[in-house]
Design a protein around this ligand. Structure first.
Ligand code: TTP
Ligand code: MG
Length: 364
């Protein structure tokens, strides 16, 4: 297999925001901590400590539900500056181990350590060093996944959390994927999972039984990709200079808005502005992302990748309508709206960004 010679590490911090809070407030240690909206607001959980996870609490759950599950939990307002600082510390550490580092979000990154000769080139030992360096510098715990491609390394970092270190060797890769439920594949979202289930495809093994033509027929261009990952093949390089090729515009309102139609009107205006900018940069985009910051500063994004290039003549209303469906627009006041247009390759996008409830950094 062409990619089995590489050594890829995926690092992902444990309970990142909550761990920073526990580090900075000793009284929160060993306690169920929830970072996000207050239980009496319509807020959601950004993340929670592992102590809180024992009660069934998880990211994106309404805070009111989290409160019902664990009334003694401590609710903490996010402190984005502290998370950014920790994130920049870990990125500095990554640079000491490889030139090829691809951050995915504040708390995770891929490293290609194929050229690193420390520990006779043992990626597992290098990953142990990185975990130790992170702990020493930031007081925070990371989990690491080690494998021969990005797809497997990312899955591996999740296997042994918290404080995990998990290796998937070239001998194990294909078999590992066979036993995996398709819903666990990065790049297979809820809708695709449902469609696969309806076709009787539940695991990597089931997926591997399908021909490229069957997969293309049912899943379009993604068919080839599914064909590859079911065989644990992922040739994407770790990309340390990923161009975002995106333009975004946003506006903060003097008075928070609530009315759905008003939100739609603003989104359309922002889209027009973004398209103008895109045009100036001679870029084209197929992905439309909206950003909503509610009055309590909780922020979400929703994205859609379209089959065609986004243009001025396109009727964006149905897309906005469908993106707003899984938001609290109409019920919860909004202080900021944003629209971003990007031209990422669809699978890069699916693999690199969380599709649901992606909470971005508060830029204010
Ligand atoms: P994750 O790495 O998904 O979660 P985590 O680090 O809290 O927990 P673990 O990796 O141990 O499972 O996300 C990193 C941070 O991103 C998280 O601490 C908070 C933020 N985040 C949100 O704000 N909303 C979300 O829905 C998710 C998934 C994450
Ligand atoms: Mg994490």
């Amino acid at each position: 297999m062409p990619d089995q010679g590489r050594k890829i590490i995926h690092i992902d911090m444990d309970a990142f925001f909550a761990a920073v809070e526990q580090r900075d407030h000793p009284k929160y240690q060993n306690k169920p901590i929830i970072v996000g909206g207050k239980p009496n607001s319509r807020g959601v959980v950004a993340t929670c400590s592992y102590e809180a996870r024992k009660f069934g609490i998880h990211s994106a759950m309404p805070s009111s539900q989290a409160y019902r599950l664990c009334p003694q939990a401590i609710f903490v307002k996010p402190r984005f500056e502290a998370y950014k600082e920790a994130s920049s510390d870990i990125r500095q550490i990554f640079k000491q181990y490889s030139e090829l580092v691809e951050p995915l979000s504040l708390d995770e990154a891929y490293l290609d350590v194929s050229q690193n000769t420390v520990h006779q080139g043992s990626a597992t030992l290098i990953a142990t060093d990185i975990k130790q360096a992170i702990l020493k510098k930031t007081g925070l715990i990371a989990s690491a996944g080690v494998s021969y491609n990005k797809f497997l390394a990312k899955i591996a970092s999740d296997m042994d959390k918290p404080d995990g270190l998990y290796l998937i060797t070239p001998e194990q890769g294909e078999q590992f994927v066979e036993t995996l439920a398709v819903g666990k594949f990065h790049g297979i979202g809820k809708a695709t999972e449902k469609k696969m289930h309806a076709l009787g495809i539940k695991t990597g093994w089931d997926l591997k039984q399908q021909s490229v033509s069957f997969l293309t027929q049912n899943f379009g261009k993604s068919g080839q990709y599914y064909f590859n990952i079911s065989r644990a093949i992922d040739l994407r390089p770790v990309n340390n200079h990923r161009e975002s090729k995106s333009v975004g515009v946003e506006s903060t309102f003097q008075v928070d808005i609530k009315d759905r139609r008003e939100v739609l009107k603003h989104l359309q205006l922002l889209l027009d502005k973004a398209l103008k900018k895109l045009n100036e940069k001679q870029l084209e985009a197929q992905t439309l992302t909206i950003k909503i910051k509610y009055h309590d500063f909780v922020q979400i994004t929703r994205s859609r990748t379209l089959p065609n290039t986004i243009s001025k003549s396109m009727n964006a209303l149905p897309i906005f309508e469908s993106l707003l469906r899984s938001t609290d627009i109409g019920q919860r006041k909004v202080r900021l709206l944003g629209v971003t247009l990007s031209s990422f390759n669809k699978h890069e996008q699916l693999l690199n960004y969380r599709q649901l409830d992606l909470f971005e950094l508060n830029k204010e």
